[in-house]
Write a protein that binds this ligand. Structure first.
Ligand code: GUN
Length: 286
């Protein structure tokens, strides 16, 4: 059996077309969606992500503002910029690219962003709201995975879902969203004793570990849906995921590729959150 490939590029293109139409409509109504992106330091991967986010905005008719700081920037300087953007009615989303340099208190920076403009969904209040099923900005990568389930017609209610990874950005919110959708969720991590026991019984397997080709075909239940959140660069410069695609695709029922799977969905959901924030701002004025 060869798995069906879940095409994140195609789904992204469709959703971004819809978002561009919504952004144009908001612009006509005097509320052009606007995202402010803050990049601190010189991490090459972060620079690429930020470039892609800004380009994604431009293509969808969303205004973007980019603020760059050196690796030795004073945290107070960045916090002052966040305060300025919080107070700017023309800005609907504020994103601080992670990771931050070591001398920054990441939590304090994320908490400084206004809850209404936290389009990354990383503020503790948004995380709490999500956990209680209240309206919240949902972190972009797990939200993008949920959109993939929806468009593929994958039923989550009663499914055994296993998430490998417990990060605040992916693993934890992914587990919350799957639980809310009615799946029975197991979160595995570096201290999990028998990882294969868990992965082999997963109808839905989400890999968010950060280790290239970590999940191999023998760890996958036949027919399972395998979602690969990893983006790793191999020594030859090629990108690969956390799943060994070649062996897993012969066992899984459906699988996301890398590149062209979850990656483009992350930015699409960021654009969606920014458009939604502008819509809420317009409603508040109304
Ligand atoms: N670093 C890795 N992923 C993300 C993300 O989704 N948002 C931000 N702000 N930083 C990240």
């Amino acid at each position: 059996m060869t798995a069906r490939i879940i095409d994140g590029n195609a789904l992204s293109a469709k959703l971004r077309g819809e978002l561009a139409a919504q952004a144009a409509e908001l612009t006509v109504q005097g509320e052009q969606p606007c995202l402010a992106v803050i990049l601190v330091g010189s991490d090459p991967a972060s620079a690429v992500y930020v470039r892609n986010k800004v380009a994604g905005c431009e293509k969808a008719g969303i205004k973007s503002l980019k603020f760059e700081y050196g690796a030795d920037a004073e945290p107070a300087e960045v916090l002052a910029k966040i305060a300025e953007l919080n107070a700017d009615a023309g800005v609907h989303g504020i994103l601080v690219q992670l990771p931050l340099p070591k001398h920054f208190d990441e939590k304090a920076v994320l908490e400084a962003i206004s809850v209404e403009k936290d389009v990354d969904g990383f503020h503790a209040e948004n995380v709490g709201r999500l956990s209680q099923g209240q309206e919240a900005f949902v972190p972009c990568t797990p939200n993008g995975v949920m959109e993939m389930f929806k468009s593929e017609g994958i039923s989550l209610r009663g499914a055994e879902a296993v998430v490998i990874g417990r990060s605040n950005i992916v693993g934890k919110p992914m587990a919350m969203l799957l639980t809310a959708a009615g799946a029975t969720v197991t979160v595995c991590h570096s201290a999990t004793r028998d990882l294969n026991f868990h992965t082999r019984r997963a109808d839905i397997l989400v890999a968010a570990i950060g280790k290239p080709k970590f999940v191999t075909g023998d760890m996958v239940k036949p027919g399972a849906v395998v979602i690969d959140v990893g983006i790793n660069r191999l020594p030859d410069g090629k990108l690969c995921g956390d799943v060994d695609f070649e062996s897993a695709k012969d066992v899984a029922g459906a699988i996301t590729p890398v590149p062209g799977g979850v990656g483009p969905m992350t930015i699409t959901m960021l654009l969606a959150n920014t458009v939604e924030s502008a819509r809420r701002a317009l409603r508040r004025k109304g």
